[in-house]
Design a protein around this ligand. Sequence first.
Ligand code: F6R
Length: 369
Amino acid sequence: EKGGYDYFMLKEIAEQPKAVADTLLGRIDPSGSLTLDEVRISPSELREIDKVVIVACGTAFHAGLIAKYAIEHWTRIPCEVELASEFRYRDPILDGRSLVIAISQSGETMDTLMALRHAREQGSKVLAICNTNGSTIPRESDAVLYTHAGPEVAVASTKAFLTQLVACYLVALYLGQVRGTKWGDEIQAVIKDLSRISEEVERVLETMEPVRALARTLASKNTVLFLGRHVGYPVALEGALKLKELAYMHAEGFAAGELKHGPIALIEEDVPVVVVVPSPRGRSVLHDKIVSNIQEIRARGARTIVIAEEGDETVVPYADHLIRIPVTPTLLQPLVATVPLQVFACELATARGNEVDQPRNLAKSVTVE
Ligand code: F6R
């Protein structure tokens, strides 16, 4: 049932292009607009929304962090993202005009369930983004947008994460479409890009051998740091989480702009630092700032592992290892930038002799608070 792969995780990483395509299927009509009929919250209700709050745990929380950038950019609705386990205990400000989005692969995560119950008690509408048909979280929500990743068996989430991102983009674009924003043309263009993105994910998967080889050389390291900026920041957090849970290594993700506010003190000779570089075309200021971060950490001895768009030559002189990803619109980059980090963590775990599909101390679905 592992389909010829050694681990479910490898199978599930390989299934990502299909999972992404399946999650888009039937949701983009031939004219290029979105039809999310299953989201049983009417367009007029969606026009009334004045705040979006996303609640989730772990990897699903990282998807939510990325969704914030997309939702605020395309819809101009303020969006907060909060760990479900923190949310209800701080007495969050919610009302009937707040849309709460609960993201959960399993649909059974107790922290997320308790957060959504709290939101509904305050009169907010709850939209679930979920991978498991008929599970508790969608059953208790006002509406659900299912991700179509298929069953995810490995404890570490991979294909579910990519499909959660797709669902978040769909919701953001749909909100933008329904409410009509000045980004109308951009929304149209991004919907087109999104409809082709599974091929880009496939292309990334075809170039992963050097990433595996690199991972094997790092098996005896104690720590790996991850840096990103804008949507690359949650990608860095996700890369670090995968490495912790699978390789049992100390790993931390930082916002690149925070480096000089503390984390740069961690940089020493030969410490591996993975840097997710934003597209030089989109927000070029951010790109240039991160290139100078790479220079700074390399000057202090870091071993730089740079994930950068094809054709971005500015990073070449500062990259000890260069991982290329396809050109994508800025906000969609996490769909391709996360894949090498999954492969990296999986290979490091294998090299360290760990049980990839069943990391120690972890359960696939966390049904206690
Ligand atoms: C990480 C991982 C966990 C889950 C988290 C939420 O690889 O799998 O962090 O993402 O426990 O689970 P769901 O999405 O089922 O609510």
